[in-house]
Ligand binder design. Structure first.
Ligand SMILES: O=C(O)CCC(=O)C(=O)O
Ligand SMILES: [Fe+2]
Length: 331
C-alpha cells in the first residue's frame, strides 16, 4: 500500500446484496471471473488485501490521485465500469481490503416506498438482515446454542428461550395498534379458509400488516434451530405456518382463552409485554400438567407441542392489556 498509485478498495464486511452486486456485475460482463475463494473473502473467513480489476458502489480514493482521474472516461460504459477502466489504463491499482471492518452498506432499494409504514425498519429482515438482527434479536439468543446451555423448561415439554429485543416487542405492538383492525373474537372469521375459528382470540394476523413473508423467514432463521434443539429428530425445513398473529387480552374485551389444542405440530408464544407492569393476571396454563407460566418474560418465546398433549388455556387478565405473538407451526 506504499505506492502512490494506489486506489483503496471498497469495504468488505458481510455478504450483503450491494456487495454481491459488485461481483455479479463483474460476472455478467464476462470480464473477470469470480475467484475460487470469493465466498471465503466475502464471509470474512479469509482476510487480507487483494488487487482487483473492478470496484463498484463504494470505495475510498486517495486524494492525491484525484487530479489524474477526474476526466477522460468512456461514455459508453456504466459509471463504475468507465471509472475502473480509466484507472486501470493509468496503472493505478485497485484493492479490496477486509483486513479491517470499515462498516457495511445497507440495501436501501425500495425503502422510500416504505416510509408510510409504522416502523419501516421492522420490515427489513430479508433486505438488511445484519442490521435487523442487531435491532431486533435478543442479545442472549446465541447463548441458546451453547453446548453447556440447558434450555429452560417451565412446564413439561414447554421450552423457554430469549429471542427478540424490547424494541421488537414495542414496535410490533405499535404496528398492530396502528393498523387497529382487531378481530371481533367471534367464531366467524372471514380471514380463515373455512371461515370458522373454533377458539377465537382478539387478534391481527401478520398477513394483514404485510408481514407474513418476513415472519416465515423469521421462523426459518431463528425458531426452527431452537425447535431442533429441544424436539430432537423432528426436521421440517422451512417451517410452515398459516396462523401467525398477535393476540390482545383486556378485561373488558377478551380477558382469557378457554382450554384448547392448537392446530400445530408445535406452537410459539412470544411475550410482547410484561406481567405486573403492563397488566395484571394473564399467562398460559397447561392443564394436563397442572402447570402455569404467569411470569412470562418480555421478548422470550414459549415453545410447546400442539394438538394432543398440551391442552392449554390463556389465564384471565384482570387489568391492563396483555399482548402475545403466536404461530401455529407445521399445522
Ligand atoms: O394466553 C396464552 O398465553 C395462550 C394463547 C393461546 O393458547 C393461543 O392463542 O392459542
Ligand atoms: Fe393455544
Amino acid at each position: 500500500m506504499s505506492s502512490n498509485r494506489t486506489l483503496i478498495g471498497p469495504m468488505i464486511v458481510r455478504p450483503y446484496k450491494a456487495w454481491s452486486n459488485f461481483w455479479g456485475a463483474l460476472n455478467s460482463d464476462g470480464f473477470y471471473a469470480r475467484s475460487f475463494d470469493y465466498m471465503d473473502i466475502v464471509n470474512n473467513e479469509k482476510r487480507g488485501i487483494w488487487n482487483v480489476a473492478y470496484l463498484a458502489n463504494c470505495y475510498l480514493l486517495k486524494a492525491s490521485l484525484l487530479p489524474s482521474v477526474k476526466s477522460g472516461y468512456d461514455a459508453q460504459l456504466d459509471p463504475d465500469m468507465a471509472f475502473c477502466r480509466h484507472v486501470r489504463q493509468k496503472d493505478i491499482f485497485m484493492y479490496v481490503d477486509n483486513s479491517v471492518d470499515f462498516g457495511h452498506l445497507v440495501d436501501a432499494d425500495g425503502y422510500s416506498s416504505m416510509l408510510d409504514l409504522t416502523h419501516p425498519e421492522f420490515y427489513q429482515l430479508e433486505q438488511n438482515q445484519w442490521d435487523w438482527e442487531r435491532r431486533y434479536i435478543h442479545p442472549d439468543y446465541p447463548d441458546n446454542f451453547l453446548q453447556n446451555n440447558v434450555p429452560k423448561q417451565p412446564c413439561p415439554d414447554v421450552y423457554w428461550f430469549p429471542i427478540v429485543t424490547p424494541r421488537f416487542c414495542k414496535e410490533h405492538i405499535e404496528v398492530m395498534e396502528a393498523y387497529g383492525k382487531w378481530s371481533s373474537g367471534s367464531n366467524h372469521d372471514v380471514r380463515l379458509a373455512g371461515g370458522y375459528e373454533n377458539v377465537p382470540t382478539r387478534d391481527i394476523h401478520m398477513n394483514q400488516v404485510g408481514m407474513e413473508r418476513q415472519w416465515l423467514h423469521f421462523l426459518h432463521l431463528y425458531v426452527r434451530p431452537l425447535q431442533e434443539l429441544v424436539f430432537t429428530g423432528y426436521y421440517h425445513d422451512p417451517p410452515r405456518s398459516l396462523m401467525n398473529f398477535v393476540v390482545r387480552y383486556r378485561p373488558d374485551e377478551q380477558p382469557s382463552l378457554r382450554p384448547h389444542h392448537d392446530s400445530s405440530t408445535y406452537t410459539i408464544n412470544i411475550a410482547l409485554n410484561t406481567p405486573n407492569v403492563d397488566y395484571q393476571g394473564g399467562g398460559c396454563r397447561f392443564i394436563r400438567y397442572n402447570c402455569s407460566i404467569e411470569d412470562t418474560r418480555l421478548g422470550w418465546l414459549l415453545m410447546h407441542p400442539g394438538r394432543l398433549t398440551h391442552f392449554h388455556e390463556g389465564l384471565p387478565v384482570t387489568s391492563g392489556t396483555r399482548y402475545i405473538m403466536i404461530s401455529f407451526v407445521d399445522p
